[in-house]
Design a protein around this ligand. Sequence first.
Ligand code: AMP
Ligand code: MG
Length: 397
Amino acid sequence: MRTVEEHLSAILGALTPLPPLDLSLLEAQGGVLAEPVVAPVPLPPFDNSAMDGYAVVASDLVSAPVTLPVIGDVMAGDQGVMAIRPGLCCRIMTGAPMPGGADAVVPVEWTDHGTVSVWIDRPAPAGNYVRLAGEDVRAGQTVLPEGTFLGATQLGMAAAVGRSRLLVRPKPRVVVLATGNELREPGTTLSPGQIWDSNSFMLTAAVIEAGGVGYRQAIVSDDAEHVLETIEDQLGRADVIITTGGVSMGARDIVKEVLSDRVTFTPVAMRPGRPQGFGLLSGGIPIFTLPGNPVSAYISFQVFVRPALRALQGLPPAPLDSVTAALTQPVSSPDGIRQYLRGALSYGADGYSVTPASAQGSHQMGSLSSSNVLISVPSAATQLSAGSRVEVLRLPS
Ligand code: AMP
Ligand code: MG
């Protein structure tokens, strides 16, 4: 039986990062840069005003209050043809280019707002409220290194240096399919023995939370041909395929049967989530065959699939964020098995504490949806007393 770490490293070892695509800025959101972004010009590109006010020669103001004639206006977008000389000033708006000869800006709040001449109540040092060319970014500076995750601020940075397209490793496209003859679409009426499919909705949403593009595929019956055809059909739009169900020891464990040549099915020393499968389909598309029980499927996703999705984008395959917390009650755990317990993390005067959910069955969605963490109980721990400090993994919220 593999440990969690062994199974994860087997998965990561088989993955190759997605090939980069040339995408427009907003298509690139959530992608990872596959090139450095270099500023072709300084930012700001020209000296400009940081305030609405008056562009002045600072030495004119040493004996302020003073009154100066106003020779014109410069607005943001003006082409920088205005100039003043000592004894004169002009009105200037935020972002407007500094007029030739001016070396300071007096904000409008320090004046009588005059348009023909202006009374200025105090002196200003040279450079006052002037944004100098290049004080943000130098020409030739790498503003976003290769490997940067592209969120809102990074896209803003790329646009600010004039880029309309970027070379990025895109969000992985993940097709989720649930297998099981007992499964029906939510919103339909159940016959005896049937249940509504929850895994495919939960995992498609989890893919999106993990930074991928999730495609939910309709329910697949426990039929060899149906399973294979559906997987074949999906290969065209998938960077990753996830299945749930059909991988344990039952008489109808069809996923295991039809994929046994391409997928390594292996028990992993974890609870829940013991039966795991991973392999590469044609074209090198990774497939994860997760267990059918919803809690097992979800925890398997967080422990194995999430880091893999990051690796496909060339990001470090980091686990869920964790904190250390004190158990509010004792916990027992099987020897040699890493146990993930659902729990509620809270923060108080004594720091973080965590209370395990009372229901820990792998079919019990009720306690999963009301938990905000997974308590990671090391495989060697069998009894943990109240007050023991444990690692808890925060579930995406
Ligand atoms: P299996 O691994 O296919 O034997 O499924 C294990 C258990 O998980 C069974 O009780 C299934 O009914 C349940 N199960 C499998 N797939 C789903 C699903 N998509 N949604 C909810 N429960 C499921
Ligand atoms: Mg099944």
